[in-house]
Design a protein. Sequence first.
Length: 393
Amino acid sequence: MPGFFFVMSESVPPQTSIPPGIHCARDYELLARGRIVAPTLAYIAGGSGEDRTLAANRAAFDAWAIHPRLLRELGQGHVRTRVGDEEWSHPLMLAPVAFQRLVHPAAETESARAAAATDTCIVASTLSSASLEDIARAAGPRRWFQLYLQPGREATLDLLHRAEAAGYGAIVLTLDAAIQLPSRRALRAGFRMPADCTPANLCTHAPVAMPVPPAGASRIFQGAMAAAPTWADLDWLLQHTRLPVWVKGVLHPDDAVALRDRGAAGLVVSNHGGRGLDGAPASLQVLPAIRAAVGDACPLLLDGGIRSGTDAFKAIALGADAVLVGRLQVYALAVAGALGVAHMIRLLHEELEACMAQAGCATLADVRRAHLGPALPVTRHARTDEDTDADLD
Ligand SMILES: Cc1cc2nc3c(=O)[nH]c(=O)nc-3n(C[C@H](O)[C@H](O)[C@H](O)COP(=O)(O)O)c2cc1C
């Protein structure tokens, strides 16, 4: 007799309450897996190539142990911090994640509402399903705009002016996605971007045709890379906005120093959540060298693999001023909309505070490299969630 089997043909709609069984921020990842239809989940969860960098992002966190400390006076503890010129109540941010309509009909406006409710800085993507104006209306005062330079400068200027008019406080220029190969995981799962997920911000400009390489020329160098950003484009951007410009996608200390010297307000150490060059190092792995190269004064953010408050602690101990949350945001959005995202941030916040308390740190300034040491490889006991995690990241 054939066994009963069930294949989800549509994602389960987000709930309007927090489902039972969520005990930590990462539980949203586990729960979302059963609610997002398989090809879409493959697109969101997947990295590039064979997912080597995706896996490295998580392994890099697991390679560190945190040393608990005793008898510290922590009654005045807090997680307030300064990032660039801004004073924040915590160091957790929502990363720019495109096409959120894939998991929620109200898309990024829900994540923005969660950001407002939790005093979190949201970075709205150029490729968001909701317009940057709608996101700004839903968000709190802490909102930044992630920019992909457009093939035509008029279109880029238009985005910049709209972001300035909508009250965004900074531009985050993403430079690591000039060429992005489709995720093999998503291809194998048969993922296709639905028609209603087209980027709302770009519909005011007719798409500029990509240069067609001459016969025999490279599709990569003379094709995709012909319009890719260069140092001259960065200089142009810095001259055309009054907002601070952060650069996202930095993985090499020499690039970090050059960007700082060129006028970047701060840097985001990131490998695009393992969706760029497969085989690139984990963001956490390169963070200490980048911090050493740029010095203490240069603001540094980190993303890639953040799933818990202890991950945030490790990133801060190794030199980050704050961390961004990518996939976990989408998973929480898929499970319970704005409520889920706000709850996920709240859980991360408390996990970070608990970790600091156990490590004897009253403030983020106390969170130092000296609190970390190498972790011994641990044989995992059969925990259903950990075991089945392997295919997610
Ligand atoms: C589905 C998806 C869409 C993304 N879209 C963007 C984007 O539009 N702009 C951008 O700079 N980064 C984008 N990223 C990368 C994130 O900003 C961030 O670097 C990454 O997700 C961090 O890793 P994490 O997912 O492990 O937290 C995207 C990531 C995912 C998973």
